[in-house]
Design a protein around this ligand. Structure first.
Ligand code: DQQ
Length: 482
């Protein structure tokens, strides 16, 4: 195994400052996202050998507020000749009658099987169950694509588990199992099977990674990560009814319109009764650039889930994020003239939160520009298009480095008559998280090359728009505690 030589990750201008990430190297999915007493635990797919996917371990961190994290020792490492020798892949953490238990996917020779590890010292060290894997064969009669990732809950005194998979020729699925003791599992049936040929209202691919299933406000919801032919597409939300061990979705939509930049999402229910989701935000630059930087991947801000006005799943940042707000600047209400770029005075930086309310004209575009160089050669535009009823993150000028991704993200957004556009925008070096009107979000990556690409501006096109309010905060870094 070779260790990759690279620059110190902290030297990299693109490395975020207030999003969670390991001190260095590769990170992907959140795992075992859970609360124990007053502490939130976050495990994650981690390669200690470099900034690329390989030799997957479980990294581990703990937090009291979901925002500031303390790194803990690696929780799981592959065991040579064991069922996880190829990697300790994704899974969850559960309290099995007082015993902290991780259920994860062991990968060996391209075969994936569920494994268990337990801790008796407050989640610090983990002992693998000698009888791993706990499910030795996939269900008979099913031709599966993949068999990995776990969502576990207790219902009527029994454990229930979903394992992500695809049924060849049909579509993605989440296979339902049941157990009395967490170690012996009975296969029931697919909780749901997708149709890989159906594209409306959304396409759910050929295989579902990281299914997560939970009750929310009288409904049930499942989040799945859409996979097809080794390509990762994004997180879909299915909302519906769960009855007699079957799930019937009534609504299907993308959970985040940044697609693959919000992937492998996992949720927890905390002691306040909140359903909180977090996801892997992957890179939008080349593998070579990632290896050279010495780090790759980070976590989204944790988001609270709720059901929106149309019954859809909405995700908005946990209120705790406000603890990161530093110096505040405001801009008074004013017109944003058509065809003009209105620079926001005294607001600049690469670690910002912006809260902007704009009243768009009936048929004009308007929005906010971030990471803008004074001459505008670099800029990222977040634009509401009233005619098309959509919100776009336009990255065509985000970076002068052509090797970074430049495609636009588009989210449907229809504002009610006189409803203003309400944007909450988080800029963190190369990370952008945009929340609109509490019901649509777009996560993206941008890699501006210029030191002075730090400006913020307002834009209106075709017709002028009205700025109702603007507040901006410099965001404070979360310390990286070893
Ligand atoms: N990543 C893990 C798998 C999961 C995939 C491997 C999703 O368990 O299916 O690192 O990113």
């Amino acid at each position: 195994m070779t260790t990759q030589r690279s620059a110190a990750p902290t030297d990299d201008r693109h490395r975020p400052r207030y999003h969670f990430q390991p001190p260095s190297n590769w990170m992907n999915d959140p795992n075992g996202f859970s609360q124990w007493g007053a502490s939130y635990h976050l495990f994650y797919q981690y390669n200690p050998n470099g900034a690329f996917h390989g030799s997957i371990h479980w990294g581990h961190a703990v937090s009291e507020d979901l925002v500031h994290w303390r790194h803990l020792p690696i929780a799981l490492a592959p065991t040579p000749n064991g069922p996880d020798e190829g990697g300790c892949w994704s899974g969850c953490a559960v309290d099995n009658d007082g015993v902290a238990t991780l259920v994860y996917t062991g990968d060996r020779d391209d075969t994936q099987r569920p494994c268990i590890a337990t801790s008796r010292d407050g989640l610090l060290t983990w002992e693998k169950y000698p009888g791993n894997p706990i499910i030795r064969e996939t269900p008979p009669g099913l031709e599966l694509e993949g068999f990995r990732d776990h969502s576990i809950w207790r219902d009527a005194g029994q454990w229930h588990q979903l394992i992500g998979a695809g049924i060849r020729g049909q579509g993605g699925t989440a296979l339902l199992y049941r157990s009395d003791d967490m170690y012996t599992w009975e296969y029931l049936h697919p909780l749901l099977v997708g149709d890989r040929t159906r594209t409306e209202p959304i396409w759910t691919g050929e295989m579902w990674e990281c299914p997560d299933f939970f009750a929310l406000d009288g409904q049930h919801a499942m989040t799945i990560s859409v996979w097809a032919k080794s390509t990762l597409y994004g997180t879909a939300a299915l909302v519906g009814t769960y009855q007699d061990l079957h799930f019937t979705p009534h609504l299907e939509h993308k959970l985040d319109y940044g697609d693959r930049y919000f992937y492998a999402a996992q949720t927890l229910r905390d002691s306040q009764g909140r359903r909180i989701i977090i996801a892997w935000v992957q890179e939008g630059r080349s593998d070579e650039a990632q290896r050279a930087a010495g780090w790759a991947g980070l976590m989204s801000l944790p988001r609270v889930l709720s059901l929106g006005p149309d019954g859809q799943l909405c995700a908005n940042p946990v209120p705790e994020v406000a603890a990161l707000r530093g110096t505040q600047t405001q801009l008074a209400a004013q017109d944003v003239p058509a065809g003009e770029t209105l620079l926001v005075p005294h607001v600049a930086g690469d670690a910002l939160e912006l809260e902007v309310t704009l009243q768009p004209a009936e048929r004009g575009n308007c929005g906010v520009v971030v990471r803008r160089s004074p001459d505008g050669t670099e800029q990222t535009r977040i634009v509401y298009d009233a005619a098309r009823t959509e919100l776009r993150v336009e990255r065509d000028r985000s970076s002068q480095d052509d090797t970074t991704e430049h495609s636009a993200h588009v989210a449907p957004l229809t504002l009610a008559a006189d409803e203003p556009l309400q944007l909450r925008i988080f800029v963190d070096c190369s990370v952008l998280e945009v929340f609109a009107n509490q019901r649509v979000c777009i996560t993206s990556r941008i890699y501006p090359t210029r030191d002075d690409s730090t400006g913020v501006a307002l834009v209106a096109e075709q017709q002028s728009a009205r700025l109702v309010s603007l507040r901006a905060w410099q965001m404070q870094p979360i310390a990286e505690l070893a």
